[in-house]
Design a protein around this ligand. Structure first.
Ligand code: MN3
Length: 199
């Protein structure tokens, strides 16, 4: 198989009470696993089965919609799991903190704008902190399983942090309260991992 489901870097209940164990178990084991299976089926026997998921995303307009949806799903969730950790949260430090302050004013203003992007994404999708081609940080959001690497995205850049706002990411614990889920996310953001991506 060209693509494999990455193991979660923590146990299912590691992010409680902010993200519950049952949601993590279904989200990783069922949803992400299905994206990987369907992506493998979509690329089987084609040259793209030998490409990285990042390379596929960057040229996504060349591929069938099944590759866009499931390849995006695989990339996005792989980044999402590693964007979070137990005993995390807090605030970024060093060069990443400086870049956030330069782009958004303060860390609190950054969080407000990111939460607005996450809450304002109609239907299913993602909110992102990205680094653009000039090295500047920006906030964007994408529908469905699209991401800012994709050549079809409205705003392109390298994802540093992504928040899944599909209902499957929060409905068991938060029902329709997406803003509460978005607020809780800040308690589990793995800023040291985000800082590595920023470098
Ligand atoms: Mn999801």
């Amino acid at each position: 198989m060209a693509f494999t489901l990455p193991a979660l870097p923590y146990v299912f209940n590691a992010l409680e009470p902010h993200i519950d164990a049952r949601t993590m178990e279904i989200h990783h084991g069922k949803h992400h696993n299905a994206y990987v299976t369907n992506l493998n089926n979509a690329v089987a026997g084609k040259p793209e089965e030998n490409l990285s998921i990042e390379e596929i995303c960057k040229n996504i307009s060349k591929y069938p919609v099944a590759v866009r949806n499931n390849g995006g799903g695989h990339y996005n969730h792989s980044l999402f799991w590693t964007s979070m950790a137990a005993n995390a949260g807090g605030a970024p430090t060093g060069a990443l903190a400086d870049a956030i302050n330069a782009a958004f004013g303060t860390f609190d203003e950054f969080k407000t704008k990111f939460n607005a992007a996450a809450a304002g994404r109609f239907g299913s999708g993602w909110a992102w902190l990205i680094k653009d081609a000039s090295g500047k940080l920006a906030i964007t959001s994408t529908p469905n399983q699209d991401n800012p690497l994709m050549d079809v995205a409205e705003v392109n850049g390298t994802p540093l942090l992504g928040l899944d706002v599909w209902e499957h990411a929060y409905y068991l614990n938060y029902q329709n309260r997406r803003p509460d889920y978005c607020a809780a996310f800040w308690n589990v953001v793995n800023w040291s991992e985000v800082a590595k991506r920023f470098k």
